[in-house]
Design a protein around this ligand. Structure first.
Ligand SMILES: Cc1ncc(COP(=O)(O)O)c(C=O)c1O
Length: 410
């Protein structure tokens, strides 16, 4: 029996309501009934201050408010303005600008970069690989594009990055297909907060090289949280690993202005390739511009102008970085407080480094989530555990929540 009236399902699984937005709605309803002080909404994927208000960098807002109409009203070129395409490379790599060929194209947020990478570097029906803890829209995008998202186990039994599971999946997939896109979200992975070490990265690359003979592999580094992980240089130290790949392994970096510039709604982002082969770089521009034209056409010029203006003015850039650092320090403190309180409460979390989220592995995440809701705590149940957004709760709450989660689990 057809489930849809006029629409075609096209082999996608389309939920009636997005899970996170659904729980967020419940939290809001409870706030309306019981008052803000009695509800902890740890579902939000945006940085909130200790009062629960969205953090917006005032230094960035000043730039936005001073834009001239032509800065936002006019169409931007499909791949982005030339200034943006130049400065986004600086914003992404910082001190670690690759020596290989790089090309940047504007995308609507990091989401657009993920979409275009899957579209252009795999064929319909093929598998795309990521870890078993993953950001749900990877699956949404893969389904929409008629690909299949498959996963490797992120952590081994000693809570180390699970290179053997990664290898097993790479080998298995490349036995049946000639192309592979691997998505790695680091630093400050959503939903665990894990950051791949240089050793992890080298292991990943060695495995890809081992199975790459006669194949085309694309490694997509989703760095959506890079500017809220901690020290800007330390968290960019892995980029050189992507600068020394054979020609049949392409690196693509998905950059987002949503978190780093607190402009979630302005849809600024970019996809940047790193390759030793200039023809591959030119092809990257060609095919991804085509896909952009076919899906969103061009991206908001305002976001590009804001980023370009910031990078064209040293003092302004320093101001943005200083303001961002203040909030990044606040976030890092929350994460540490949560980790510490989890240890004290005997609550196991998955290996956490930094970022917006911490996850707690558990058997029946939906049931634990519902139990927590009884005491006014809202978190997101995932397949393998519960995701808590430390980005949206105060340091004080980070100290008390772990004991409550532990109680709800038992
Ligand atoms: C893991 C991950 N990747 C990418 C994104 C991209 O976000 P946007 O499209 O807003 O840049 C997000 C946003 O939540 C995310 O969590």
């Amino acid at each position: 029996m057809a489930k849809y009236l006029m629409a075609q399902e096209n082999s996608r699984i389309i939920p009636k309501e997005d899970k996170i937005f659904g729980i967020n709605k419940l939290a809001k309803e409870m706030i309306a009934k019981e008052g803000k002080e009695n509800v902890v909404n740890a579902t939000v994927g945006a940085l909130l201050d200790d009062n629960g208000d969205l953090v917006v960098l005032s230094s960035v807002v000043d730039v936005l408010k001073n834009l001239e109409p032509q800065d936002y009203a006019e169409y931007a070129p499909i791949g982005g303005t030339p200034e943006y395409r130049k400065h986004i490379i600086e914003a992404t790599f910082g001190k670690f600008k690759p020596k290989s060929h790089t090309r940047a194209l504007a995308t609507p947020g990091g989401t657009g970069a993920i979409r275009n990478t899957i579209e252009n570097y795999t064929q319909r029906g093929e598998k795309v690989l990521t870890s078993d803890w993953f950001w749900a829209p990877y699956n949404t995008i893969a389904q929409e594009l008629e690909r299949k998202l498959v996963t490797y186990t992120l952590f081994d039994e000693n809570d180390n990055y699970n290179l053997s599971s990664f290898e097993e999946k790479v080998k298995e997939i490349l036995e049946i297909q000639d192309n592979l896109v691997v998505i790695i979200n680091t630093p400050a992975h959503n939903p665990t907060g894990y950051t791949l070490t240089l050793k992890d990265w080298n292991g990943v690359i060695d495995i890809l090289k081992k199975y790459s003979k006669g194949k085309k592999i694309t490694i997509l580094a989703d760095v959506a949280y890079i500017d809220f992980a901690g020290d800007e240089d330390k968290y960019r130290e892995f980029f050189p690993v992507l600068d020394d790949l054979p020609e049949n392994i392409l690196a693509v970096v998905a950059f987002s202005m949503s978190k780093g510039f607190t402009l979630y709604g302005l849809r600024g982002g970019a996809m940047i390739c790193i390759t030793k082969n200039e023809d591959v770089a030119e092809e990257f521009v060609l095919v991804n511009s085509f896909s952009a034209r076919a899906s969103w056409s061009n991206c908001p010029r305002a976001a590009m102008k804001v980023l370009s203006s910031i990078y064209e003015d040293e003092a302004l850039l320093a101001k943005v970085k200083a303001e961002r650092k203040k909030f990044c320090d606040m976030l890092v403190k929350r994460g540490k407080a949560f980790e510490q309180a989890a240890v004290e409460a005997g609550l196991k979390t998955v290996p956490f480094d930094s970022g917006f989220f911490i996850s707690i592995p558990c058997k029946d995440p939906d049931a634990v989530g519902k139990e927590l809701q009884k005491s006014g705590i809202f978190a997101v149940p995932l397949a393998k555990g519960l995701r808590i957004s430390v980005a949206s709760i105060s340091e004080e709450l980070c100290k008390t929540i772990p004991a409550k989660v532990k109680a709800a689990m038992s």
